[in-house]
Structure formats: C-alpha cells, structure tokens
Design a protein around this ligand. Sequence first.
Ligand code: CO
Length: 222
Amino acid sequence: MKYIDQLLENNRRWSEQIRSQDPNFFPDLASQQSPRSLWIGCADSRVSANTIVGLAPGEIFVHRNVANLVVHTDMNCLSVIQFALEVLKIEHIIVCGHYGCGGVIAALDGRRHGLIDNWLRNIQDTANHCREELDAIADKTARIDRLCELNVSRQVLNVCETTLVLDAWNRGQNLTIHGWIYGLKDGLVRDQNISISGEEGLEQFRADFIFNTKRHSAADSA
Ligand code: CO
C-alpha cells in the first residue's frame, strides 16, 4: 500500500474504533471544544502534545513551531494565544521544550542553514545572554541541553510579557504559565519549576532570568 493511502486507511480505522466505543464522541466534539490548557511546543515529530500528556482530541489547544519560540511579532502564535485566552478561556499555558532540540543545536553550530537562521537568532540571543553559564559546561551535549532549558525559560518570559497575558491577569482571569522540558530518551516531562500566575510572579521570574540568579532547571527538581 502506498504511504499516503496507508495514512487514510489508518484514519478510517481510528475513527471506527472510537465510534464503536462511544458513538457520540465525534458529534459531541464537533459542537464544542473545551481544552483547559494551551501547549506551546516544538514542531519535532517526536514531541506530540496529546500523546505525551495522554489527552484526547478536544482536550488541549496546541501551537507548535521550530524550537517552541514565542516571538512578539509572530501573529500566528499571538493569534493562538488570544483565541486560547479570550474564547476558550484556558487556565494554563505550557511551554514545553525538549532536550536534543534540532533548532537549539542549529543555533549553536555556527553554520548557515538559510532562512531559518533568522528564526534561530532568538535562541542565539538567549545563548549570548547566558554565555557565562553555558561556557562553564564542558560537555557539548550537556551545554545544548542546558540551552534547551534556558530557551524554555526565555519563552515563558515572552508569553508572560505579551499584552494578551498581561491583560488577562489585569481582568482577573485565572491563568498560570508553566515551563516544562521533555526527554526524548525516556518519554518523560520534567517540570522546570516555573509557574507564573500573575504580575508579581512575573517580576520575580524576570529578575531571576535577566540576572541569572535562579537556575530554573529540571535538574534541580530531580
Ligand atoms: Co525541537
């Protein structure tokens, strides 16, 4: 069977299986979605939001791009955040990076990759900001993994500093931003111990990140 035909066949089987267990599953889902969280993750095919956290269709709102970046001029990501906050009224935004991220590796390898270098520039800015800490890590893999974590911290900060999130907190919306990192080698999510629920928490987290006074590393919670 051709590859594409196989995918369509897989889909038919999946749909049949769910309908045989619950005939109302799709009609109910078609009338509304009610996710409680927004996942901002990497586009990497190994980091599939629903699968990793064991949620069914309709249970998590998802935005993915190369290296899970939140860039203040990216209308795509901002539109997703706006819809999630103002229409779906989600309570959690999870920024989930992953160790061994190809985007982070490419940002550090000093080579040209074309158009994407302009996107990866955001990661290089973070690497430059945290140069001292990164330079002190002798092992290359460990250094890349630490930058994967720092990238999560930076993107959590970017989410918190959008007008969308600040306005949501201002109108008293219950909203927490989390920073997680996923291990490709064991399928486990590590909490980077970042949970920001308002402007007070943001002030502290911003200071921690800018002055590099608190690590916010998954290693510290292990
Ligand atoms: Co990645």
